[in-house]
Design a protein around this ligand. Structure first.
Ligand code: IPD
Length: 344
């Protein structure tokens, strides 16, 4: 995904949007921490959406309202797509237009939150020309005061990790700079993030069966599984695509492979990943792509995402992009195509 057009929003304007998103994410995070304290005293109600693993709580709706009200007060002309208001209707079309648009998941990892597992994030993305341009991800249960990842996509922007509250120091991302080259035999030696997701249908061709087989392929020793063994260092399934994405953006993992999630699960994380030098492509290979064609970037509404971390030129002089694209092709060889639809 290209950088958004410079003339539309100056760096100062993007900075203002970014700072608003950071402060509203922290306010929403405080609300969630209160909610978690109540959860320890009494079992709070959840409602099911598609099935018993697709949950919504009053906190999802409360957080979305906090964020929407704060953003639209400051920017009444911007569009706002929030997971809860969107999925309250039957609408499943991709609604993103080219104008300034906020894409928000009030709680990514609702199942984790219900179980008090701390991989839960508030995800606030801002798009220009349908391109993720500002990303703010706040994990309120990680670290003493919560952990905030953010980025402004601009040649003079940046990506940062803030672990010590609003006034604490920020660490530039990726955490190791310059980032190391990808492992020479990647995916061997990589840390791989993948989610099982919410489609739990039980038949050999289901997305769940294929995802499980994909993960086994990636983990199996080199040469195993008919040549598909990837011998990755490990497979991690955090229950939050947002957190998977920011760990890859930070360089604390190498590959994120996820399908079935929606634009609000990944928009903010993609802005952060791209600003660090990572790439994100379709987790299904495009049908007519040859071995030498450049790989197109993912469609934000495409529901399938394969992200690779930033890296530096390797000892053989291979550019970061060459290494990343090589790894994408290696992952595609080992994974089956997944089928997630949406009306366009
Ligand atoms: C879910 C999480 C999960 C992913 C699902 C998402 P939610 O988001 O990101 O990791 O596998 O596809 O829907 O429902 O907790 O916001």
């Amino acid at each position: 995904m290209a950088m958004p057009d410079d003339d539309k929003f100056t760096l100062a304007e993007l900075q203002k949007l970014h700072d608003l998103a950071c402060s509203v994410a922290r306010i929403a995070g405080a609300y969630l921490r209160e909610d978690q304290l109540r959860r320890r005293r009494v079992a709070l109600a959840t409602r099911e959406k598609l099935n018993s693993v697709d949950l919504v709580t009053a906190a999802d709706e409360g957080v979305e309202k906090i964020i929407r009200d704060a953003i639209l007060k400051e920017y009444p002309n911007h569009a706002f797509i929030g997971e809860e208001s969107y999925s309250a209707g039957e609408e499943k079309r991709f609604l993103l237009k080219d104008g300034p648009t906020w894409i928000v998941d009030p709680i990514d990892g609702t199942v984790n939150m219900v179980h008090m597992f701390p991989m839960t994030a508030i995800s606030i993305g801002f798009c220009l020309d349908s391109i993720p341009t500002v990303g703010v991800v706040f994990a309120p249960f990680l670290g003493g005061e919560g952990t905030l990842y953010s980025a402004i996509r601009h040649p003079s922007g940046g990506a940062w990790l803030s672990e010590f509250g609003t006034d604490g120091p920020r660490t530039p991302l990726p955490l190791v700079s310059p980032p190391p080259p990808l492992p020479i035999d990647a995916p061997k030696g990589c840390l791989f993030f993948g989610e099982y997701g919410k489609d739990r249908r039980d038949h050999p061709e289901s997305n769940l069966s294929k995802k499980a087989a994909n993960f086994v392929n990636m983990a199996t020793e080199t040469g195993g599984r008919g040549g598909k063994g990837g011998m990755v260092h490990g497979i991690r399934s955090l229950g939050s695509s947002t957190m998977d994405m920011v760990y890859v953006a930070s360089g604390q993992g190498d590959i994120m492979f996820e399908a079935g999630c929606w634009e609000w699960d990944v928009c903010a994380g993609i802005a952060i990943l791209l600003q660090t030098g990572g790439i994100v492509v379709d987790s299904n290979p495009p049908a007519d792509l040859t071995d030498t064609d450049p790989i197109p970037m993912a469609n934000l509404g495409g529901r399938r995402y394969l992200a690779i971390r930033a890296c530096s030129e390797d000892a053989g002089g291979r550019s970061p992009r060459l290494q990343q694209e090589r790894l994408v092709r290696e992952v595609w060889k080992r994974t089956e195509r997944l089928d997630y639809q949406r009306p366009m």
